[in-house]
Design a protein around this ligand. Sequence first.
Ligand code: CO
Length: 144
Amino acid sequence: MKLDHIGIAVRSLEQALKFYRDTLALACTGIEEVPAEKVRVAMLVLGGTRIELLEPTGADSPIARFLEKRGEGIHHISLQVAGLDAHLRRLEAAGVRIIAGKGEYGAGGHRYAFLHPSSCGGVLVELVEADPSTPSRRAGLRSG
Ligand code: CO
């Protein structure tokens, strides 16, 4: 298991990119829309990991609700795992609450799931599958 990315909720990608891309000078590998999560996503390379900026695309987006309650800030951490299904089975058996994307395909065709913060010390944890055994449904994109 390793850190895949840190997800940060922002009101405006353009505004946030002024800091992360232009001022910090992190490379932005692309901006994608992920309709399933109602977000626009910018990925920035940070050493062996990445920063994922998340902007809501509608008022009913989970990110819009997060911004309303907590304001901008760290939204989730994402851990890369091999064999997502086995991990989910083990976590479910241990009583961990799995709240979204139970092994669904996110952007990039990578499968993911979210674990409820109440099971993770107050942190929303995303699991993404390292090497999908099934072909990418949306090749070219990479997020989660
Ligand atoms: Co993420």
